[in-house]
Design a protein around this ligand. Structure first.
Ligand SMILES: [Zn+2]
Length: 251
């Protein structure tokens, strides 16, 4: 007899034998819909995590002009990062909503990789959808694809060689790119103990959340829903899920 009920996906735990990570996303708030709880766990282990926001999310609040929205959203992201133990947040200030995947974006990200020299590079889902038919956003897709390239560009001294001045060296030490919340996730991180920190980090995006105008939307309930799904696949209460792109040949 075969059991024909659909089995929930099962996830492998992500390795934690690394020291530093660079989390590159398009917008303030991208990290806070699940991955931040994993960041809280890792900073709690003494790992160093740096955030890099490619834009300041200035086109994200319909009722607020970008000139006002950008600085506000940067401030919210700084508070959000602090809530999960992240002290360094960089803003590249490229234009929100119209990022283009290509050499220019790879160059910008490679420079950040070369400066921070992380073991792991992180981003959020950059597949076409969030699963089902919910379309992903163009900036997320552009940044994720560019990051996959940029971590390799960063290691090649003949790619963007103009960056290699004032002591900046190539960095080919990124072991993998992990993409949070991908519909093709294979791995997960137990965030049962850092769930509250994840909620706190999401709540820091108050102006943005109010700007969305989602009546009665509760950040805690929302994150609980997302992270319980991951938890089921890892055999814990809450887990953040990731798709893994290893670098180099095979594992
Ligand atoms: Zn976003």
């Amino acid at each position: 007899m075969t059991d024909e009920r659909a089995t929930p996906p099962s996830f492998e735990p992500l390795p934690e034998d690394w020291q530093s990570a660079l989390f590159v996303v398009a917008h303030p708030d991208d990290i806070e819909y699940g991955a931040a709880a994993a960041v809280a766990r890792w900073t709690g282990q003494g790992k160093r995590i740096v955030y890099c926001m490619v834009t300041s999310g200035e086109a994200g609040i319909d009722g607020l002009h970008p000139d006002e929205s950008g600085p506000l959203r940067e401030a919210e992201e700084l508070a959000s990062a602090a809530a999960v133990g992240v002290e360094e947040v960089e803003f590249l200030r490229l234009p929100d909503g119209i990022l283009e995947y290509g050499v220019a974006l790879r160059r910008s990200i490679a420079e950040v990789v070369r400066r921070h020299r992380p073991d792991i590079a992180l981003t959020i889902n950059f597949r076409e959808t969030f699963g089902g038919t919910t379309l992903n956003q163009a900036d997320h897709i552009a940044v994720g694809k560019a990051l996959l390239d940029a971590v390799r560009d960063a290691g090649n001294r003949w790619v963007f060689p103009e960056q290699l001045t004032d002591g900046l060296e190539p960095w080919g030490g990124v072991r993998a790119v992990w993409s949070g919340g991908s519909p093709q996730a294979t791995h997960a991180v137990d965030v049962t103990d850092t769930f509250a920190a994840g909620v706190a980090s999401l709540k820091e995006h108050q102006a943005y959340i109010e700007g969305l105008g989602w009546e009665g939307w509760d950040p805690e309930e929302f994150l609980d829903g997302i992270l319980r799904g991951g938890g089921q696949g890892l055999g814990v209460t809450h887990a953040a899920t990731f798709e893994v792109f290893p670098l180099g040949w095979g594992d």
